[in-house]
Design a protein around this ligand. Structure first.
Ligand code: MN
Ligand code: ZN
Length: 340
């Protein structure tokens, strides 16, 4: 089969590799239909993802058609269209035994720590495969469940709901999924960015207020819309050295701040900034079994993955897709790969 392999930073190729085979009775073989390119795939390509090892078949946002199942598989059958959760966990560490397998002590993510989904075929544990009802959702959206699962996880961590005034810093694809899930849960959402095109997209997809932080004073705008209290929930999807302290500053007393970044450069934070407002600072990583609820949101039309996806390339043109993302960041939200 053909697969998208990154041999080392900046060396991507479409390689001929052996087809994967079912080795355990709970595994499923899938003919991949669609994938999504993530910022972390770009990080693997550019050599800035400290977690990745090479060479690697990339891709953790993917799904496809089940073509073979092991003898113990009961949740899916041949012919089903499924989305695949990329989280692989041990099941017996502290996190795993306390309902938090997405931060397993020996966590592996397909496409990062082990081979991923940008290939014609993948084999996955059946419990990581979630069926999509293709009478309600187009099968080519199966690669977009994973990015929305990130948005769902953030909203669970922050427990967003009616009455919340949520500030999502950054209007990239993940910022937009966070906003749409927050809206579906009844919250009011403000979003920021430096690029007007991305803000227009965020607004079009449902953001209540958008702020171009290169033109407006964000704190002033936040205070104006929150009776001078601050946002009840601040989500930092900018993930820069400065955005984390800023997120703490923009949250209201008793508010929640959610972090998503994987950068390892320290931010300057005074302990008092957390203490005085008794903030809950919550990390959010991958997702904790959020695929079923995301698929339900897709099926109900409560979120719009078809709008998240701005461009599609055939997987054999993955290099072109990565180049396009670099050259036209203002046009791109989610770039999808087609495998058909
Ligand atoms: Mn992703
Ligand atoms: Zn574990």
């Amino acid at each position: 089969m053909k697969a998208v392999i990154v041999d080392e930073p900046f060396k991507l190729r479409i390689a001929e590799v052996p087809d994967p085979e079912i080795k355990k009775d709970d595994e499923v073989k899938i003919k991949v239909v669609a994938g999504g390119i993530c910022g972390s795939d770009v990080g693997i390509y550019r050599g800035t993802n400290s977690l990745a090892t090479y060479p690697r078949i990339i891709g953790h946002e993917y799904g496809g058609e089940v073509i073979e199942v092991g003898s113990a598989v009961t949740n899916v059958k041949v012919g089903d269209i499924v989305s695949v959760d990329p989280v692989r966990y041990c099941g017996h560490c502290y996190a795993c035994t306390h309902g938090r397998h997405n931060v397993c002590n020996t966590l592996e993510v397909t496409g990062v720590h082990c081979d991923g989904g940008f290939a014609e075929y993948v084999v996955a544990p059946s419990e990581a495969c979630y069926k999509l009802d293709t009478t309600k959702i187009s099968k080519d959206l199966c690669g977009l469940v994973e990015p929305y699962s990130i948005g769902a996880e953030v909203n669970h961590r922050a427990n967003t709901g009616e009455g919340d005034k949520v500030l999502v810093m950054g209007s990239g694809p993940i910022g937009v999924t966070i906003m749409q899930v927050a809206k579906a849960r009844g919250a009011w959402v403000m979003m920021t960015d430096l690029v007007d095109e991305r803000l227009a997209k965020a607004k079009d997809m449902g953001a209540d207020v958008v702020v171009n932080v290169s033109k407006e004073d964000l704190k002033e705008v936040v205070m104006k819309y929150t009776d001078n209290e601050g946002a009840t929930v601040v989500v930092d999807s900018v993930c820069s050295v400065d955005s984390f302290p800023q997120a703490l500053d923009l949250a209201c007393p008793a508010g929640r701040v959610v972090t998503l970044g994987t950068g390892n450069k320290p931010s300057a934070i005074a302990e008092v900034d957390v203490t005085k407002k008794e903030l809950d600072v919550l990390g959010s990583r991958l997702s904790n079994f959020r695929f079923p609820e995301v698929i339900e949101l897709f099926e109900k039309g409560a979120v719009t993955p078809e709008k998240l996806r701005t461009h599609t390339f055939h997987f054999t043109e993955a290099q072109k897709a990565f180049d396009f993302m670099k050259e036209h960041p203002e046009q791109v939200c989610k770039v999808a790969l087609s495998f058909e």
